[in-house]
Design a protein around this ligand. Structure first.
Ligand SMILES: Cc1cc2nc3c(=O)[nH]c(=O)nc-3n(C[C@H](O)[C@H](O)[C@H](O)COP(=O)(O)O)c2cc1C
Length: 171
């Protein structure tokens, strides 16, 4: 058992605790001056059903964040289990992340084929989140496709396995 109350042990313990949280893997995209840009993001959450809203937490150093704040638009590509390489590619820095990657412009936002869900969004005011910024976004369009999700847990990519197929939660 690890009990941490002071820094830097607290930081290390916090990182370890968060590594235990299984998260989704998305590539959040935007388009600026006709050029697509995207970043791998796990801190993506459904926020509101009426109106449909999501939140995305972006590092203050993220190039995507600066672009999203300028354009006011973003799209969330929820990755499928066979898109790990794409997730790794978009987790690095650079203006060339889309080079050689198949994509289409959907109402001016970059969409990645093979993603199991697509959400086209308008960015609302951002909220301070420590070394991150929380972008709230209104969902304007949704497309879903069949497939298994890509997940991230203990710094490894994986997917979800249902414990029971016959007992869905009605939430
Ligand atoms: C699985 C995974 C999840 C990530 N989730 C986030 C996230 O939620 N927010 C974030 O700002 N960066 C996240 N990152 C890190 C960014 O993808 C990385 O810093 C990227 O280089 C930023 O690129 P940019 O400067 O072009 O936006 C994640 C990386 C990985 C591998």
């Amino acid at each position: 058992m690890v009990v941490a109350t002071s820094d830097p042990p607290l930081y290390d313990a916090f990182r370890e605790a968060m590594a235990e949280v299984c998260g989704p893997v998305t590539i959040v995209t935007t388009m600026e001056d006709g050029r697509p840009h995207g970043t791998t993001v796990s801190a993506f959450t459904s926020l509101s059903l009426d109106p449909p809203m999501v939140s995305v937490a972006l590092d203050r150093r993220s190039d995507l964040l600066a672009m999203v704040q300028r354009t006011g638009r973003l799209a969330v590509n929820v990755l499928s289990a066979d898109q790990e390489l794409l997730a790794r590619r978009f987790a690095r820095k650079g203006a060339d992340k889309f080079d050689g990657v198949a994509w289409t412009a959907d109402d001016g936002l970059p969409r990645l084929p093979g993603a199991i869900a697509w959400l086209r969004c308008t960015v609302l005011p951002v909220i301070d989140g420590g070394d991150h910024v929380i972008a709230l976004a209104r969902v304007d369009q949704v497309i879903t496709l069949p497939g298994q999700p890509l997940t991230y847990h203990r710094r490894r990519f994986g997917t979800h396995v249902a414990l029971r197929d016959d007992l869905a939660v009605d939430a």
